[in-house]
Each structure stands twice: as structure tokens, then as C-alpha cells.
Design a protein around this ligand. Structure first.
Ligand code: ZN
Length: 370
């Protein structure tokens, strides 16, 4: 496979300050510590791809900065201009929810992240590569049209989708979001749009806690073009693959997209601090195989995978590398962390998980878009 790959050093310079979700404050007993979303996690993924030699099998694609016009296809001017203004302030600003700080010059990096998404998706659509992975940062799937949130500033997936629809004549796009948190921003942006099927598989009521329910299915002309697969905490390899095969793959086959974009958060990984799921690098590789198989049948294998969240600096690199190796059709990297959790309960499909997923099938199958 000719697999495209995007990374830029500036993605590793995204500054979220210290203190995680609660800023350091000794009066509250909160000590300074690297933010959950410290960019080193993404940089370590890139460096594993490089040091392991996987990168030799990939086609490097240079990102560019998304233009203001490209951002305005999915975001309101007030949002884009506020980020621009705060980015010029000496200490930067916040994406929009008070928990998503960024440093001075953040606007430029956020544009480079959205532009990295554009560059990869464009290369896949134009056939310059067969498929590809973009390790972009900051992430985007929580960013709504009017404000950012959840560490996301601009919705990279949405910006790239609109780009190929407007500039390259692509019609139907499916977005499969396997970040462990709900892809609420992407869903909101395409809520009434039947040309984009948004699918999110996530931990139920993890973040945001008030969205991502099975009942949410789009509105107006977009009714039936949003699909949510909320999984109980503690879902692992078996539950994820079962949900993919029973719900997501059939929906993709019914929709027949011309392109599949995966919003690839790696925070369903078993060692992630911001969720409670049990996926391993093997889970991510197997889900990638499922996506490639259906893409081979419906859209000539056109798959672009864009980085979203992922907060374990130890484990994110191995999960990302497993996906990239699967895309490129090369030997998977040895994952030393598999031995750490081997034999634990939770990897196989549990009866209660099967029941819940079967119930999602019952509730959603009648409204799969065709
Ligand atoms: Zn996430």
C-alpha cells in the first residue's frame, strides 16, 4: 500500500500549560504537572513511527496552514477571530470551555493542524496515496461551529471534509470517530447534512456527559445521518470489534461513502487516564482492518485517518503505530505493553456488552441511510 503520513514539529509545540483539567493552585492542593493533553504524547507517537523504521514505508505529506476561508466553511467568524485575537495575547487564550488553554501563537498551530487534515484527505482523494494517517495536533472533534472545547480548537475532520466536497467534487463522506469521547462537534456541524454520515463509538457519558446517545440521529434532511454507539465503561477488544461489525460496518455499507475519514482518538486504550476502556494496539489494528475491508468494497479503499485524542504517553505511540502498520500492510510492531495486561479480564465480549450492542442494532438498523 502507498500510505501517506503527516507530522509537523509544530504539533509538538502546542502549549497547554500545566495542571491537567484543574489548573495548578497550591491553595487547592493542586501541584503543577504537565497537562493531560501535553503534546509530547503525539510527538512520541511520531518518534516511534520514525525510530521503528515504519516511516520508511510511508509517503510523507507536508501540511500547510488552513486558510481563514477554509476554517469559515465550518466555523462562525466570531469563533475564528476570537482564537486569532487570543493567540496574539502574550499568554494565549482558551479554545472555548475554560479547560482548553493554548499559548501565544496557537492560532498558527491550530491552522496547521486543520491544514494537515486537508493535506492528507486531499492526497487520498486525488489518489496520490491509497490511504494515510495524520498525526495532527491540536485535535478537533469536540470543536463546534461556534466554539472550541475538550482541547479542540477547530474541527479538523469537518474542515477537511468540506474542502474535498467543495474543491474536489466529493459527494458522500463517512466519518467514523473511535475516540473514546463523543464526537459531538463533528456531529453538530453535520447535523442537518445528509452528505456526511457521522458515526461515533465512545464510552457512554464520558465526555461530553450530555451527548452521544443512541437517540441522536440528525435532523431535517440530515435525519438518519448521525449514528451513535455508546459503550459501557470496561469495554475491550471483543466489545469494540463486535460493535464495529454489527453496527458500524453495516451502516457504512448502506451509506456507500466515496471516502471514509476516521477520527482516531487513541484514548480507548487500556492505559488512558481520561477514560475507562480496555482497547489495546491489537484492537486498533483490527478496527483499522475492518474499515479497510469495507472501504475496499464501497470506495476503492479510500481511508484517511486523522489523529484526535489520546493521553497515555506510554501507550498512544504503540496504538497509533499499530494502525499505521495495518494501513501500510506491513508487519505490526512488537507491543511490549500487551504482556503487562495479558490475562486480565475485560478483553473478551461480555454477555452484558453483547446485549447492549444488540440493543443498539435493534434501535438503529431501521434508520441506516441508504
Ligand atoms: Zn478523546
Amino acid at each position: 500500500m502507498n500510505t501517506g503520513y503527516v507530522w509537523h514539529e509544530l504539533y509538538g509545540w502546542w502549549d497547554m500549560g500545566s495542571g491537567g483539567l484543574a489548573p495548578a493552585d497550591p491553595r487547592m492542593g493542586l501541584q503543577p504537572l504537565a497537562h493531560w493533553a501535553h503534546p509530547d504524547t503525539k510527538r512520541r507517537l511520531h518518534e516511534l513511527v520514525a525510530v521503528s523504521g515504519i516511516i520508511e514505508s510511508l509517503t510523507r505529506i507536508s501540511p500547510r496552514k488552513a486558510t481563514e476561508e477554509e476554517l469559515l466553511r465550518v466555523h462562525l467568524p466570531e469563533h475564528v477571530h476570537r482564537i486569532q485575537r487570543e493567540s496574539d495575547a502574550p499568554k494565549g487564550g482558551d479554545a472555548g470551555d475554560g479547560n482548553s488553554p493554548f499559548g501565544a501563537g496557537g492560532y498558527e498551530i491550530a491552522r496547521l493542524s486543520a491544514g494537515g487534515a486537508i493535506a492528507l484527505v486531499e492526497a487520498v482523494v486525488q489518489g496520490k496515496v491509497d490511504n494515510g494517517y495524520a498525526v495532527i495536533n491540536p485535535p478537533g472533534h469536540h470543536a463546534r461551529s461556534d466554539h472550541g472545547m475538550g482541547f479542540c480548537v477547530f474541527n479538523n475532520v469537518a474542515v477537511a471534509t468540506r474542502h474535498v466536497q467543495r474543491e474536489l467534487g466529493v459527494g458522500r463522506v463517512a466519518v467514523v470517530d473511535w475516540d473514546v469521547h463523543h464526537g459531538n462537534g463533528t456531529q453538530q456541524i453535520f447535523w442537518e447534512d445528509p452528505s456526511v454520515l457521522t458515526i461515533s463509538i465512545h464510552q457512554e457519558r464520558c465526555f461530553p456527559t450530555d451527548s452521544g446517545f443512541v437517540e441522536e440521529s440528525g435532523a431535517g434532511r440530515g435525519e438518519g445521518f448521525a449514528l451513535n454507539v455508546p459503550l459501557a465503561p470496561g469495554s475491550g477488544h471483543g466489545a469494540y470489534l463486535y460493535a464495529m461489525s454489527q453496527v458500524i460496518v453495516p451502516a457504512l455499507r448502506a451509506f456507500k461513502p466515496e471516502l471514509i475519514i476516521v477520527a482516531s482518538g487513541l484514548d480507548a486504550g487500556i492505559h488512558d487516564p481520561l477514560a475507562r476502556q480496555l482497547a489495546t494496539s491489537e484492537t486498533f489494528a483490527a478496527m483499522t482492518r475492518q474499515i479497510l475491508d469495507v472501504a475496499g468494497d464501497v470506495c476503492g479503499g479510500k481511508v484517511a485517518i486523522l489523529q484526535e485524542g489520546g493521553y497515555s504517553p506510554h501507550y498512544v505511540p504503540f496504538c497509533g503505530a499499530a494502525i499505521i502498520a495495518e494501513l501500510a500492510g506491513i508487519e505490526p510492531l512488537f507491543d511490549p505493553y500487551l504482556a503487562v495486561t495479558a490475562g486480565s479480564r475485560g478483553f473478551d465480549l461480555e454477555p452484558h456488552q453483547r446485549r447492549e450492542i444488540d440493543q443498539i442494532v435493534d434501535e438503529t438498523r431501521s434508520r441506516y441511510p441508504g
